[in-house]
Ligand binder design. Structure first.
Ligand SMILES: Cc1cc2nc3c(=O)[nH]c(=O)nc-3n(C[C@H](O)[C@H](O)[C@H](O)COP(=O)(O)O)c2cc1C
Length: 248
């Protein structure tokens, strides 16, 4: 069976990021959410052995669109990276690395831990979040910035609750995405005129930027009603002709 891991990496100097990452892994280890089928947790510096061999190849697209990655990292020193993630960050910062887009098959989220009393709050989280994207990763959520000065848990709890469901969604194979869209359309209230509801394909096209939003019919556009063909009144009024006018 092909492995579709949910990777949980951490960079931690005094243990906070490590224990958040380990708690998250423990939550899902025995109940791995689809499309993933295993959880891999390790310090970020183990990425060469644990991650790169997997990231090199796209997952089978009928099973998963991407691999998932959660990176929990603190900042230490004066805006520095913790020792156990330093090789990973150095790797991401190299221009030669970025050119090969090693994270093009990865969807990710970064949780940064810091302390706003320091000059550069969450510096390492900020760098990691940007570099993962520069290297081809698909960011699924905004960088979490947990502040030791006000209490880490304020940000950590909500971020940790949301990240795996967001990755599940981003990594699900495309056919599941289409089913989700179809369900949303089926759930559209019936008081919307038949024919004004966009097709699944048109929604996907629009999301992929293939169809400009302005060309999509809306319920206020006469063209959107009754099967998207404008009615006679609308056509006539566009030509400044009253519907009472008759022509021979
Ligand atoms: C020596 C030291 C330096 C730190 N430097 C920074 C910093 O530059 N920026 C920041 O936002 N937080 C900084 N912090 C705060 C830590 O990132 C924060 O305490 C975090 O929770 C530590 O997580 P960890 O135990 O996983 O390393 C520093 C903490 C220590 C002890």
């Amino acid at each position: 069976m092909t492995d579709i891991p949910l990777f949980i990496l951490y960079g931690s100097a005094t243990g906070n990021a490590e224990s958040i990452a380990k708690d998250l892994a423990a939550k899902y280890e025995n109940n791995v959410p689809s499309p993933f089928n295993k959880v891999v947790i390790c310090p970020a510096n183990d990425f060469k052995k644990r991650c790169l061999p997997v990231w090199e190849h796209a997952p089978p697209q009928h099973i998963a669109k991407k691999y998932g990655l959660v990176f929990v990292t603190s900042t230490t020193g004066n805006g520095d990276c913790p020792e156990n993630a330093s090789r990973f960050i150095r790797y991401l910062k190299r221009t030669t690395t970025a050119e090969s887009l090693p994270l093009k098959h990865v969807a990710y989220g970064v949780l940064g831990l810091g302390d706003s009393n320091y000059d550069i709050f969450c510096a390492n989280g900020i760098v990691a979040d940007k570099k993962l994207q520069d290297n081809g990763g698909e960011r699924v959520v905004e960088l979490g910035k947990a502040d030791e000065a006000t209490g880490l848990e304020e940000v950590v709890e909500a971020w940790v609750e949301n990240i795996v469901p967001l990755l599940e969604k981003a990594c699900a194979p495309s056919n599941i995405r289409i089913e989700e869209e179809e369900k949303k359309i089926d759930d559209t209230p019936m008081n919307v005129a038949v024919g004004s509801r966009p097709s699944v394909q048109s929604i996907l096209n629009q999301r992929m930027g293939l169809v400009p939003r302005s060309t999509q019919p809306t319920s206020t556009d006469p063209g959107a009603m009754a099967g998207s063909r404008p009615n006679v009144q609308a056509l006539l009024s566009r030509r400044n002709v009253s519907s009472n006018t008759t022509t021979n």
